[in-house]
Design a protein around this ligand. Structure first.
Ligand SMILES: [Zn+2]
Ligand SMILES: [Zn+2]
Length: 350
C-alpha cells in the first residue's frame, strides 16, 4: 500500500477514502478532522467534525453553534477507528487545542501535523513527537533566515520600552487566536502585573482561554477607557488595528508587532512597526528541520509556506519529499494586511 492510498492530497486538503474523511478541508465535506481552530484550517459548514474539545469550542465561538451538522470531541492520545484506519490526535504545541492527526492503515503511519511549534508555550500542551512513515509538515518559516530566538528576550524588549516611554501607550499587534493569549501569558511570566488592555476583537477568545484555567492576570477592555488613563499601558490588538483610526484613542501610541516575520527588519519598517517582536507560533527553520528528522519519516509532504526550501533540504538528506499544492491555507498568523479587519473596537473578526 502506498501512502497516497491512505491519504490523498487534493487542492482542498488531504482526503482519506478508506476512512471517508478529510483533514482540514478548505471546502465543505461530509466528515472533517480538524487540527486546530485557525480559520484557514477550521471552516464552517462540514457535515461532521472530529476535533479536540478546545478546537470545537473555539470554532463555536467564531462561527456560532451551528458551524457543523454534528461534532465529536477527541482527547490527546485517544484513538478512533474510521473505516479501515485508526486515527489518533497528538498535541501540536501551536495554539490551545491544536493537534497533529496520526492516521494508521495497514501498518503505515502518516502524521498530518497541521501547524506546530516545538518550543514552550504557557497556553497550550507541548508538541509531542510522533514517529511515523510519512510526515506532513507546514513550511511557514522554512527558510534558514527564520530563527525565532528566545520569546522571553522579546518580551523584555517590550517591557523596557514601556519603562522608557512611560507616557506612551504601547499597542501590540498579535493574531487574536493563540498569539494574543501567549503574549499576555509571557508578559505575566516576566513579572508585569498591571492590567493589560484588550481590543474588542480579542475579548471572547481571551475570555475562553482564561476559562480554561490559563492565568492571564487582570484584563481590561479599551472600550470606555479615557485617553489619559491609557498612557503607560499595554494593549493587545489585531495586527490590522495598528493602521486603523482606532489608534487615535491612545496617547502617543507606539506600535509593536509580535510575529515570526519581524525577523525581516525591512518588513517591520515598511509596515510602520516601531517595535518588532520576533515571536511566532510556528516552528522556525531549525524547529522544522529538527522535527522532520526526529520523526524518522522516510517521506515528507510539505504544505503552506516556503515549500521549496524544505523539500530541497529533505532531498539532500535522502528523504523523499513533495510539496502539496493545497489552495487556501494561508498565514493566519502574521500579516498586517491579510489580518482580519476588526472594524473598530467592537469589531468581530470574520
Ligand atoms: Zn494555525
Ligand atoms: Zn496554517
Amino acid at each position: 500500500m502506498r501512502p497516497e492510498d491512505i491519504l490523498l492530497p487534493t487542492p482542498s486538503g488531504v482526503c482519506c477514502k478508506l476512512g471517508n474523511f478529510h483533514i482540514d478541508p478548505t471546502r465543505p465535506v461530509e466528515r472533517a478532522l480538524i487540527t486546530h481552530a485557525h480559520s484557514d484550517h477550521a471552516r464552517a459548514g462540514h457535515g461532521a467534525v472530529l476535533a479536540t474539545a478546545e478546537t470545537l469550542d473555539l470554532m463555536r465561538l467564531r462561527y456560532g453553534d451551528n458551524f457543523a451538522g454534528a461534532t465529536q470531541a477527541i482527547r490527546y492520545g485517544e484513538s478512533v477507528t474510521l473505516g479501515g484506519t485508526t486515527v489518533t490526535f497528538h498535541p501540536a504545541g501551536h495554539v490551545l487545542g491544536s493537534a497533529q492527526i496520526s492516521v494508521v492503515a495497514n501498518g503505515l503511519r502518516i502524521v498530518a501535523s497541521g501547524d506546530y511549534k516545538n518550543v514552550a508555550d504557557p497556553t497550550c500542551v507541548p508538541f509531542e513527537l510522533v514517529p511515523c512513515d510519512v510526515f506532513i509538515t507546514e513550511a511557514t518559516f522554512a527558510l534558514p533566515v527564520f530563527r525565532h530566538g528566545d520569546p522571553d528576550g522579546e518580551i523584555a524588549k517590550l517591557l523596557r520600552s514601556v519603562t522608557l516611554f512611560p507616557e506612551r501607550a504601547h499597542l501590540v499587534g498579535a493574531y487574536s487566536l493563540g498569539k494574543a493569549q501567549r503574549l499576555i501569558a509571557l508578559i505575566r511570566k516576566a513579572g508585569y502585573d498591571a492590567p493589560i488592555y484588550l481590543h474588542g476583537a480579542m475579548e471572547k477568545i481571551t475570555g475562553y482561554y482564561a476559562s480554561r484555567g490559563i492565568a492571564l492576570g487582570e484584563l481590561r477592555t479599551v472600550r470606555g477607557a479615557g485617553k489619559a488613563s491609557l498612557s503607560g499601558t499595554i494593549t493587545i490588538c489585531p495586527p490590522s488595528a495598528l493602521n486603523d483610526l482606532w489608534t487615535r484613542r491612545f496617547p502617543d501610541p507606539l506600535a509593536a508587532f509580535a510575529s515570526g516575520w519581524m525577523r525581516v527588519r525591512a518588513r517591520a519598517r515598511q509596515q510602520g512597526v516601531a517595535l518588532p517582536l520576533v515571536i511566532s507560533d510556528h516552528a522556525d527553520w531549525d524547529g522544522l528541520t529538527a522535527t522532520v528528522a526526529a520523526t524518522g519519516a522516510g517521506e515528507v509532504w510539505v504544505t503552506h509556506g516556503q515549500e521549496d526550501a524544505l523539500v530541497h533540504w529533505c532531498a539532500t538528506r535522502g528523504r523523499k519529499a513533495r510539496p502539496l499544492d493545497i489552495v487556501g491555507y494561508g498565514d493566519e498568523d502574521d500579516e498586517l494586511t491579510a489580518a482580519p479587519q476588526g472594524g473598530g473596537e467592537d469589531g468581530e473578526e470574520p
